[in-house]
Design a protein around this ligand. Structure first.
Ligand code: NAD
Length: 493
């Protein structure tokens, strides 16, 4: 069935009938997806105003009760996992197992957030003053603007929304203009949970459809104290600057350029599998996609040979078919970007293998052997291109890994304990994510997710990432009858 028709059927099954409006072409077969109207400036302003009005009531709702709404969201997602997962596949072109995996990630973060709703712990701190104690308390922050990218069209929203909601913050979501339908469906599922819950203020959550200008409205508006933005470094530079100009807070999850070091002691069977999924999975359209392979000279030739054989056997085609491991690129712009990068790599001394267009937006992943870490290797091209570099000393491999502007994800394949520990030490990987004996992509929600340098420095999802969605207050309480001053200062009247 045409992807556009299938999408409409799924929306109908979710009771979300849309007006007849032609939307974007599905990357799967070019058929027109159902279209959604953009939110105009008035609608964006009204949504922000409603969000600001909803804040006091939500702030005053006890956190475990807020968790009950997120628990219900998790239940609605469980009940509609198939429909939403398929819609993600139809719109983004990722294989169905990954579309479903994305919804599973949403369910997982809801479970995490429900537990968190009873664990928004502060500290008690010893006071230097007699008859005093100090503590830190975390308070809700206010409306959170969420700007998301096309490649995880719903999971990234859930990472932000589940935490923001238990932290007491309303949410305003500006999804990618390339994947509005998955966002529309996910937001409607949240609205179902809100209706069942029955105690949420009007305006607690809103969806704002449109392009960069809608995102810009969120970044400029002082009623939105936190903007959490996922996407390219170019976008993050604009968002970070605009939010900082009004002293707002931004949480930036930007481009990556992940690398894996393959040491002489690496298990090569495991390496081939880890590298193939890391570099070619999701058609190279993950922020954690493996883009740079740094291989010890002693295993370089056999590994590259095995990788070419593995890449040749990757099944490419309609992502709805279970046998296909990778689907299409998102659009013609992405395809042009891949062609341009392969040309530039050739001009910079690289030897290109693969990368041919099969048909439409379907491409064979490319392996490019490079004489050094040239300009194009240091850029993020959002497509399945694996640059391979050679090293002789482990310190040189780490230096190559670090010598790029981005700092999201990394891994080392080694069974040498000293190399593994060095890689994980302060002298090793400079990324937010560092793995041993696995690829750099495919994170779990339990850990904090994000990266350094031009990746933006933000952390979301697990661990203590929730703190970004709250404001910290240091409180001092005097339970005595004296008024001693800190540092022994005297001010006796
Ligand atoms: P993109 O930067 O083109 O768009 C991302 C979002 O930002 C979209 O919703 C877009 O409308 C919005 N936007 C663009 N310019 C804006 C502006 N000036 N102000 C406000 N909003 C603006 O990215 P994309 O092509 O959708 O996604 C791919 C990129 O996202 C890659 O660079 C990838 O590495 C990155 N990414 C990062 C992470 C992470 O967690 N670090 C996760 C997923 C994707």
């Amino acid at each position: 069935m045409q992807a556009g028709l299938e999408a409409r059927k799924i929306l109908d099954s979710l009771d979300l009938s849309l007006e007849e409006r032609k939307g974007l072409a599905s990357p799967i077969d070019g058929s027109a997806m159902p279209g959604l109207a953009d939110s105009d400036a008035k609608a964006v302003d009204a949504a922000i105003a409603a969000s600001a009005r909803a804040f006091p009531a939500w702030r005053d709702t006890p956190a475990p009760v807020r968790g009950e709404l997120v628990r219900r969201l998790g239940e609605v997602l469980r009940a509609n996992k198939d429909a939403l997962g398929k819609l993600v596949t139809l719109e983004s072109g990722k294989p169905l197992s990954e579309g479903l995996g994305e919804v599973q990630e949403m369910i997982d973060i809801c479970d995490f957030a429900v537990g968190l709703s009873r664990q928004l712990y502060g500290l008690t701190i010893a006071s230097e003053r007699p008859g005093h104690h100090m503590r830190e308390l975390w308070h809700p922050l206010g409306p959170v603007g969420i700007i998301s990218a096309f490649n995880f069209p719903v999971a990234v929203w859930a990472w932000n929304a589940a935490l923001a909601l238990v932290c007491g913050d309303p949410v305003l979501w500006k999804p990618s203009e390339k994947t509005p339908l998955s966002a529309f469906a996910a937001e409607s599922l949240l609205q179902k949970a809100v209706t069942d819950f029955g105690r949420a203020p009007v305006g607690l959550s809103a969806l704002l459809i449109g392009g960069a200008s809608v995102g810009e409205a969120l970044t400029r508006d002082a009623r939105v104290p936190l903007v959490s933005a996922t996407g390219s470094t170019r976008m993050g530079r604009a968002v970070g600057t605009a939010v900082a100009a009004r002293f707002g807070r931004s949480l930036l999850e930007l481009g990556g350029n992940a690398a894996t070091i393959v040491a002489p002691s690496a298990d090569l069977d495991l390496a081939v599998r880890a590298i193939a999924f890391g570099a070619a999975g999701t058609s190279g359209q993950r922020c954690t996609t493996l883009r740079r392979l740094i291989v010890h000279e002693s295993v370089y030739e056999p590994l590259v040979k095995r990788l070419k054989a593995a890449f040749s056997s990757i099944t490419i085609g309609d992502p709805r078919e279970p046998g296909n491991l990778i689907g299409p690129l998102i659009d013609g712009h992405a395809l042009d970007g891949m062609k341009h990068a392969l040309q530039a790599a050739g001009a910079q001394g690289g030897t290109v293998w693969g990368g041919e267009v099969q048909q439409g937006l379907y491409v064979r992943p490319a392996i490019v052997e490079m004489p050094g870490q040239s300009e194009i290797v240091r850029e993020e091209t959002f497509a399945p291109i694996l640059y391979v570099l050679r090293y002789s000393g482990f310190d040189d491999a780490i230096a190559l890994l670090r010598n790029v502007p981005q700092g999201l994800s990394s891994s080392a394949l080694t069974t040498d304990l000293r190399e593994a520990e060095l890689f994980l030490s302060a002298r090793g990987s400079d990324c937010g994510i560092a793995n041993i004996n696995m690829g750099p992509s495919g994170a779990e929600i339990g850990g904090a997710f994000g990266g350094e340098k031009e990746t933006g420095g933000g952390r979301e999802s697990g661990s203590d990432a929730w703190k970004a969605y709250m404001r910290r207050q240091t409180q001092s309480i005097n339970y005595g009858r004296e008024l001693p001053l800190a540092q022994g200062v005297k001010f006796d009247l």
